[in-house]
Write a protein that binds this ligand. Structure first.
Ligand SMILES: *[C@@H]1O[C@H](CO)[C@@H](O)[C@H](O)[C@H]1NC(C)=O
Ligand SMILES: *[C@@H]1O[C@H](CO)[C@@H](O)[C@H](O)[C@H]1NC(C)=O
Ligand SMILES: *[C@@H]1O[C@H](CO)[C@@H](O)[C@H](O)[C@H]1NC(C)=O
Ligand SMILES: *[C@@H]1O[C@H](CO)[C@@H](O)[C@H](O)[C@H]1NC(C)=O
Ligand SMILES: *[C@@H]1O[C@H](CO)[C@@H](O)[C@H](O)[C@H]1NC(C)=O
Ligand SMILES: *[C@@H]1O[C@H](CO)[C@@H](O)[C@H](O)[C@H]1NC(C)=O
Ligand SMILES: *[C@@H]1O[C@H](CO)[C@@H](O)[C@H](O)[C@H]1NC(C)=O
Ligand SMILES: *[C@@H]1O[C@H](CO)[C@@H](O)[C@H](O)[C@H]1NC(C)=O
Length: 383
């Protein structure tokens, strides 16, 4: 085991800084999305979505609404499910599957319409006159398509290929270590991490489905500190609690483990040799370049990849749009040894830019291409 730990430390120190999505997912705005076709396999698809700690796609603002519409219609879909569920006839009675803020909605007039057990689910039209509008739908319909969403994460592909114990979710790396909880904590700290803390249903799903498969239960980094209260080894807040309310393990046990059978946390001994999970925070991404964003809504600012950081460069493409009737107005605020090309929707060259200039497009959609050389900063406005 020692050899493996040294190996992991080495790999962690050579971390890539790229913001990325798990294989098979596309980076759209700040979400990782994956399209699933429509057939009769709703349950297996939702299952696969949850397997990786995902949910159906949720939409938190008008810009995301437009990006998701575009993403879905690019797949040839005219209606998709959203990860939202309504309990009544007002949008304030609707909740997002990922517990994100659900104050934004884009229901068509007369929706949501929840009648008994009908209409609690939400679908969105992605083509035609109601494009972008949300409708109440019967959850049992199985002919709409799915888009599954995961949080973006720092590129973990390098260590994923080196061993199956390493997994990556929401900017942390996770792997299993054997030992007592205190031994595990020492090992985790060698990689600047701690025994795992869990802060969301998705993270619990991720641990359950990606980490706890081989051992049937894994111990968490929680210890009881006072009667019924626990603290995480990494010092984070106890803001998510998935303890089994009917736990029949003895009250004297001070640790918690996650059981694959019922998914809940149950009391366990701290000192026995068992499987524990290390959670290593990965370096934060400061890259605000929006590099390779499928759809960037103006107004916004975009930069060369790794702008403001040392030694990071990558060729990038941005597809920039302005709402309906507007034109895209680009302002190149800084150009350092850099040149970019601006193309219209049909791929025709609008401008080659190597200095601080304005470029006004004729249309509401442009593509900006940078070869990765030098740095630049630009803003996109709707004109
Ligand atoms: C980011 O990704 C690009 C393209 O895949 C690659 O060339 C670059 O080395 C990556 N950056 C880092 C820091 O690994
Ligand atoms: C929503 O409105 C419909 C039609 O008015 C009504 O039948 C239904 O009971 C309402 N649902 C709820 C949850 O109030
Ligand atoms: C509500 O459901 C009942 C029973 O299925 C049905 O008769 C009624 O028309 C529905 N109301 C609305 C507004 O859809
Ligand atoms: C991802 O990490 C952030 C920051 O720690 C946290 O706020 C968020 O809830 C996490 N998302 C999920 C899905 O666990
Ligand atoms: C903690 O548990 C002890 C023994 O069961 C009990 O006497 C005490 O009131 C509890 N304290 C709190 C704050 O619940
Ligand atoms: C952006 O896309 C280009 C072309 O597909 C690719 O070469 C480059 O590595 C990507 N950059 C990043 C940071 O993902
Ligand atoms: C541009 O590149 C040249 C040669 O590589 C370098 O000497 C110069 O400082 C660069 N200029 C800027 C503004 O970075
Ligand atoms: C910038 O572009 C202009 C016009 O396309 C060209 O004449 C000039 O040589 C370019 N400058 C550099 C430094 O590439």
């Amino acid at each position: 085991m020692k050899v493996i730990f040294l190996f992991l430390s080495f790999i962690l120190s050579t971390l890539s800084q790229n913001l990325t999505c798990m294989y098979g997912y596309d980076l759209v705005m700040n979400k990782c999305l994956r399209y699933y076709g429509s057939d009769n396999q709703i349950h297996s698809e939702i299952y696969e979505c949850r397997l990786f700690g995902g949910t159906l796609v949720t939409i938190n603002n008008a810009i995301e609404n437009r990006a998701v519409v575009q993403y879905a219609s690019d797949q040839g879909q005219d209606r998709i499910w959203l990860g939202s569920y309504c309990f009544g006839n007002t949008s304030s009675s609707c909740y997002n599957d990922d517990y994100s803020d659900s104050s934004y909605s884009n229901f068509a007039p007369g929706n949501p319409l929840v009648n008994g057990s009908e209409g609690s689910c939400v679908s969105m039209i992605t083509k035609g006159s109601h494009v972008g509008r949300w409708f109440s739908s019967n959850c049992n319909h199985n002919f709409y398509s799915f888009i599954c969403q995961l949080p973006t994460t720092v590129d973990g592909s390098k260590y994923k290929s080196d061993g199956k114990w390493f997994e990556n979710f929401n900017n942390s790396a996770y792997y299993v270590v054997e030992g007592s909880i205190d031994e595990a904590e020492i090992e985790c700290q060698k990689n600047n991490g701690h025994v795992v803390s869990i802060h969301s249903k998705q993270e619990n799903d991720f641990i359950l489905n990606r980490m706890a498969l081989v051992p049937e239960n894994v111990r968490l980094g929680a210890k009881r500190v006072f009667n019924n209260s626990y603290a995480w080894a990494d010092g984070t807040l106890w803001d998510f609690d998935f303890r089994d309310q009917l736990d029949d393990m003895p009250e004297s046990l001070d640790c918690l483990e996650i059981f694959t059978v019922h998914q809940l946390w149950s009391r366990t001994d701290c000192d026995t040799t068992a499987s524990n999970i290390c959670k290593i925070p990965l370096p934060p991404i400061e890259d605000n370049s929006h590099c390779n964003t499928t759809l960037l809504m103006s107004p916004s600012t975009f930069t060369s990849y790794g702008y403001g950081m040392q030694g990071l460069q990558s060729p990038c493409t941005w597809k920039i749009v302005a709402p309906g009737p507007y034109q895209v107005n680009l302002q190149f605020l800084e150009m350092r040894n850099s040149s970019v090309t601006v193309l219209d929707a049909s791929g025709k060259l609008i401008a080659s830019v190597n200095s601080t200039v304005k470029v006004l497009a004729e249309s509401n959609i442009v593509t900006v291409v940078h070869n990765g050389q030098g740095t630049f900063k630009a803003s996109a406005l709707a004109f």
